[in-house]
Ligand binder design. Structure first.
Ligand code: TMP
Ligand code: ZN
Length: 412
């Protein structure tokens, strides 16, 4: 069903070897109706590092149609924090890269429910969202965001150019790392952008993942975990150069990358700073990824021990946030309903279902409030500030909050 396991880098075709495997993994967002027997799709979630373009990537990925379809369970609009973040992202693009907003055209790759583009739409800036999942595109259109159901690439860039003209900015958030064929994306972006045009995207940052041991950034949709080193190599092959970087706190540590056509725009000093920092930390060396593997294994045994001990002591345990990322943690660590009673999630389409692979029940937030456990495993750890703010007075101080991250400090 999925694509075959690759043995060469997706970007540059250099031979690559497995760095580590997380074992058999289901689709992170494939929550299942409760049943007596489950017939699920699994793939082997293993990673590799390319010594040529430095891309840290999945060796095997399910077909895109299995992940991004008319029932895609992720609506960006659900988080207030993300709404604020996308407003500031849009303002940043406007301020720094749209010299003449009234005559600009902004295209978003993976525009989801229009959470980012609506900031342009409200200012009557010409825009177009491109997303392969029709349910989220319908939602975007309801919010006044012009959108089409399509994958982005060289072919679709030609259609868009023919119908709407050249773009001044192509933007995306948490999408580029989903796209296996970056060469096609880069060609499409280069074709659609005018001379001064910019390609801006942000995604979970390799540096944050390695530092925090947040291996849950890796799941079926995230075929790459990017760095400045890897993106500059990959997009550099297609006539782009990295001109700016802006670290972000979203998704537990992300990076915003800005590419322009070669020689068209000034390169900001932060680009050299971050590239230098990545080299100093060995992001270009296979050794770094061996160490990461060891750190993941240590994180796994620590978490399993914490949960086992709590269970033995008769404690009740619930998860907070049935995040896509939690699918990686639960399946890699082999944690199921024998350890976690339920996971609370505010997303209606996840409720009354079970989690992919490990089949832990997902319950509503109201259910959680009536069944506060002795221990909470915070799967939505990247939203910790928002959650702690919401819960600090409502949940008894004796309740223990844990995460799989070895050095994560929850300030309750
Ligand atoms: P994300 O980490 O991929 O953004 O997913 C967050 C998930 O966590 C989403 O399913 C909604 C859920 N969630 C809650 O249930 N309560 C909360 O307070 C927050 C912030 C998220
Ligand atoms: Zn490569």
């Amino acid at each position: 069903m999925g694509e075959a396991r690759v043995n060469e880098c997706r970007c540059c075709k250099t031979a690559i070897e497995e760095s580590m495997t997380f074992g058999q993994m289901p689709i992170a967002n494939a929550f299942l109706p409760k049943s007596d027997s489950y017939n699920e799709y699994f793939f082997e979630m293993a990673t590799a590092f390319c010594s040529n373009c430095f891309a840290y990537q999945l060796l095997e990925q399910p077909d895109a149609e299995m992940m991004f379809h008319e029932n895609y369970a992720f609506y960006s609009r659900q988080s207030k924090f993300m709404q604020i973040h996308f407003k500031s992202y849009a303002d940043w693009v406007l301020e720094n890269y749209l010299d003449n907003p009234d005559n600009s055209f902004v295209v978003e790759i993976g525009s989801n429910d229009g959470i980012m583009l609506e900031n342009f739409a409200k200012q009557r800036i010409k825009h177009l969202g491109v997303d392969p999942s029709s349910n989220v595109v319908d939602e975007a259109i309801k919010h006044g965001v012009q959108s089409i159901v399509s994958f982005f690439g060289l072919d679709s860039s030609k259609d868009i150019k023919g119908e709407y003209g050249l773009a001044d900015a192509i933007i995306s958030a948490n999408v580029m790392c989903h796209l296996p064929d970056l060469n096609d994306i880069a060609k499409g972006a280069h074709n659609l952008l005018n001379e001064k045009g910019v390609l801006i995207f942000e995604d979970p940052y390799l540096g944050s993942m390695l530092e925090k041991v947040s291996y849950d950034q890796i799941y079926d949709e995230h075929v790459y975990i990017f760095s400045a080193l890897s993106t500059s190599k990959i997009f550099g092959k297609h006539g782009f150069e990295l001109i700016n970087l802006a670290p972000q706190e979203t998704h537990g540590g992300s990076m915003r990358y800005v590419f322009a056509k070669k020689g068209q725009r000034a390169i900001q000093p932060i680009v050299q700073e971050i590239l230098g920092d990545e080299l100093a930390k060995g992001f270009d060396s296979a050794e770094t990824y061996k160490q990461f593997k060891e750190n993941c294994e240590n994180s796994k045994s620590r978490l399993v021990t914490i949960l086992n001990n709590a269970k033995k002591a008769g404690k009740t345990i619930a998860g907070y946030g049935a995040t896509s990322k939690s699918t990686t943690i639960l399946n890699y660590c082999g944690i199921g309903p024998e350890l976690i009673d339920f996971i609370s999630d505010t997303t209606p389409i996840k409720q009354n279902k079970v989690t992919p692979g490990m089949h832990i029940p997902v319950e509503s937030y109201e259910f959680f409030k009536e069944n506060i456990p002795d221990m909470i495993i915070l799967f939505a750890w990247n939203h910790a500030n928002e959650i702690i703010e919401k819960e600090k007075d409502a949940i008894d101080k004796s309740v223990e909050w844990v995460t799989h991250l070895p050095n994560f400090q929850l300030k309750i």
